[in-house]
Design a protein around this ligand. Structure first.
Ligand SMILES: [Zn+2]
Length: 171
């Protein structure tokens, strides 16, 4: 287990697609997840934000996501979307790979995601609101996308300082 330096915007690794695991229950998955967990918790302590991390953000181009919110902890191996809602909403997003900038992004309100657990069992997550937003942001990372690619409202872009001054809910 280790805290790993984050890949930042500008590093080509952040813009590359990640490969799936042949065996979701392999020891390699558990090892990478341990690093992701340590790194997320360290980032949260330093930035005051952060509920999820994708493996490419620690420089590992594999399809693995770790989500840790006050409501749930999810470890998603080889996640894929089963469904998106037609209804969309607009929320502020930020990213550990370029944490100084926030912006409004339109995305579907709810999604259904199917993934494996690190124990090798299939899991199906029906998410709406905040969790749906987190899932879509993190799954973008697995395909080499960041929220800036999702056509954010350019006039909404702001620094963390301005975001905290103007908005109470943390997206
Ligand atoms: Zn991100």
């Amino acid at each position: 287990m280790a805290i790993v330096p984050l890949i930042e915007l500008g590093n080509p690794l952040l813009r590359q697609p990640s490969a799936p695991f042949a065996d979701p229950a392999s020891p390699e998955v558990a090892r990478i997840l341990a690093d992701m967990r340590d790194t997320l918790h360290d980032c949260r302590a330093r930035f005051g934000y952060g509920r999820a991390i994708a493996a490419p953000q620690i420089g590992v181009l594999r399809r693995l996501i770790y989500i840790d919110t006050p409501d749930e902890t999810l470890e998603l191996v080889n996640p894929r979307f089963e469904r998106w809602s037609r209804e969309e909403d607009e929320r502020y997003e930020s990213c550990f790979s370029f944490p100084a900038i926030w912006g409004l992004v339109h995305r579907p309100v709810s999604v259904v995601v199917v993934a494996w657990t690190p124990q090798g069992e299939e899991q199906r997550i029906e998410a709406s609101g905040t969790l749906a937003r987190i899932l879509q942001h993190e799954m973008d990372h697995l395909d080499g996308f960041v929220w800036l690619d999702r056509n954010p409202d350019l006039h909404s872009l702001c620094t963390t300082g301005e975001y905290e001054k103007n908005y109470t809910s943390r997206a």
